[in-house]
Write a protein that binds this ligand. Sequence first.
Ligand SMILES: Cc1ncc(COP(=O)(O)O)c(C=O)c1O
Length: 367
Amino acid sequence: MKFACHVEEIDISGIRKSFEGAGPGAINLGLGQPDFDTPDHIKRAAIEAIEEGFTGYTMNLGTAELRAALAEKFRRENGLDYAPSEIMVTSGASEALFLAIAAVVEKGDEVLIGDPGFVSYSAIARVTHGRAVSVPMDGRFHLTAEAVAERVTPRTRALIVNSPNNPTGSVQTREELRALAELAEDHDFALISDEVYEQFIYEGEHASPALYSENVITINAVSKTYAMTGWRLGYLAARGEALENMLKIHQYVQACASSISQRAALAAVSGPQDCVRMMREEFRRRRDVLVEGLRSMGVEMEKPAGAFYAFPRVGDGNDVATRLIKKGVVVVPGTAFGSVGREHIRISYAASMEDIKTALERMREIL
Ligand SMILES: Cc1ncc(COP(=O)(O)O)c(C=O)c1O
């Protein structure tokens, strides 16, 4: 069997690679998912859906109830006025990202991606026959409109913005996001805004670029917000033709998101939000312990303002990550996210306080 060269050229994710070589008893600070369990009221909604026999296909866009609840969520939390008909439910933010990129990219078109950036963006750009163009973030890991503008060409079709950011934990300011949205307007490309960490901000505020441009495709998921990564439930919102074109791909590759997970997501989005506050406060405490611990070893770093990652500069990131794995601490080398972060490692603090403290002790010898 012969495989397509644009697929063969894609590497297996550097995050997955970093787990290789970890022995038993290793502490995993490499994972990008909350270590909490899905809250009970959400699980119950899914169990009820199964017991009621709500187990068939739903509308391609997702159930009317869930899209109405998501429209309300966008109004309440983001100040965005999306109609339920402008919202599509997907299998995780991952599918939404694929749809958004596939809908706008033709062979050789360019997708601007902040470096460091989440591993999927450049891989999807390449699977869809586009070109991933990396835009170096500034010294504080913010994506500036100036850096993006320098790389815009007639072939630019999309810019991906991810705030709070994976892997750096940085949170863009409202003004920065507005400037990026204005660039998308001026040059008529899509701004794909990946907002999956919006609820995990410890300093600063979340702003949705869609407040400032109609060219924005807003992507989110219940995955991180409600500790539901395995439920595979995400969503996107976009205006007019953009939604229709993404729907064409979605209906053939996915048909619809899981009916059961849609019921669970409805309970998550429209139910009590204290579980989210609890997780945010716990992540904040862990972040503080992790950053203080790293600083006490002489690692100079700002406190990351959001998500659940620290991205300290440690020298040769690959070498340090390999040595840490041998010591029993799994972290991801910065090179998994591009070339700008090669002197960094990504440490996830979505792990118990006890694990973070033990990991710090093991790290001390190496850092
Ligand atoms: C920035 C970012 N976007 C999207 C995703 C994928 O989310 P989902 O599990 O909903 O597909 C992740 C997962 O790690 C992520 O970090």
